[in-house]
Design a protein around this ligand. Structure first.
Ligand SMILES: C[S@@+](CC[C@H](N)C(=O)[O-])C[C@H]1O[C@@H](n2cnc3c(N)ncnc32)[C@H](O)[C@@H]1O
Length: 302
């Protein structure tokens, strides 16, 4: 883990244990003087690691679409002379780096998905465990909420989202129930949706919570996560110098498949990981969120 920041923190805590931190920094071969972009700033853990490894004169650009992540890093690090924070989604990373005039990068790091603070603050609407509005936007300043998305899609489109992004076999039944409840003015909150899912999905003993797959599917759709990842994977080689590296940590099979394919099929990069790197038993004991994490890396060819 990285050393704690020297400055005292104030304001609400934004705590997120970074997953596969040293492994990701090693695969990036992060070194003094390097220029790195962490496109998933979150709680700033990987960014801190990049700042340490690139000292004394390297530079780090920390990007996130969630203003709360940027705010938390500002509180945690103060004005760090070698760190530039950018509020943007992956799909705008090339334009934003161009505007900053960074030149070609030595490394790009992406630690996909949601951060613990996004899940833990019920008002963000990501979690079925706490009561909040059915929102789920990583960037609450733009785009549709999960409730608005469910209202806009017809029943078949909604079922396709839940089936494809949640790998949920009861997608048709769930989509029908969502449309019915919305038509009656219901499903204002996460807990209302979770309770409905508990009623319509048969629950075999000992399995994951019946709300898990549908919440994941809606989150992926609300945040356009797969198109965003696709955009990042196709843009990254243009942003890296020859020999520069990209490391991606993913948390579900849809993402890992996309990363694996891009690293194998794109002639502009060569894969550095034949199999994905996974968390050690020690890391899993300390951080159960690391359980599904898969890290892959690739290098920009000449
Ligand atoms: C798992 S967290 C990153 C945690 C971070 N590595 C750390 O050590 O604290 C993922 C972060 O990426 C951001 N994110 C996810 N998809 C994004 C996208 N398409 N564009 C920009 N930020 C994104 C989320 O808002 C979230 O803050």
């Amino acid at each position: 883990m990285t050393t704690p920041p020297s400055q005292p923190e104030s304001g609400p805590r934004f705590e997120h244990r970074s997953v596969l931190l040293d492994q990701a920094l090693d695969l990036l071969a992060a070194r003094p003087g390097g220029i790195y972009c962490d496109v998933t700033l979150g709680g700033g853990g990987h960014t801190l690691g990049l700042l340490e490894r690139s000292a004394p004169d390297g530079r780090v650009i920390g990007l996130d679409r969630d203003p709360a992540a940027l705010e938390a890093t500002r509180r945690r690090l103060g004005e760090h002379p070698r760190l530039t924070l950018v509020h943007a989604p992956f799909s705008e990373v090339a334009a934003r780096l161009g505007a900053l005039g960074t030149g070609l990068l030595d490394g790009i790091l992406a630690d996909l998905g949601v951060s613990s603070p996004q899940l833990d603050v019920p008002e963000r609407g990501f979690s079925f465990r706490g009561e909040g509005p059915l929102d789920m936007r990583m960037d609450p300043t733009r785009g549709e909420t999960a409730r608005e998305l469910c209202a806009r899609l017809d029943e078949d489109e909604l079922a396709a989202v839940i089936r494809n992004y949640g790998e949920e076999r009861f997608a048709g039944r769930i989509a029908r129930a969502i449309k019915k409840d919305l038509g009656e003015g219901g499903l204002q909150t996460t807990t209302e949706l979770a309770a409905m899912l508990g009623r319509v999905i048969p629950r075999p003993h000992g399995r994951i919570d019946p709300a898990t797959r549908t919440f994941q599917a809606l989150r992926i759709a609300v945040n356009d996560e797969l198109d965003e990842l696709d955009s990042l994977l196709s843009t990254a080689p243009l942003l890296l110098r020859p020999g520069g590296r990209i490391a991606v940590i993913s948390f579900h099979s849809l993402e890992d498949r996309m990363v694996k394919h891009a690293f194998r099929a794109d002639a502009r990069v060569r894969p550095l990981t034949r199999r994905p790197v996974e968390a050690s038993e020690a890391e899993l004991d300390a951080n159960p969120r690391a359980r599904s994490a898969k890290l892959r890396a690739a290098e920009r060819t000449a």
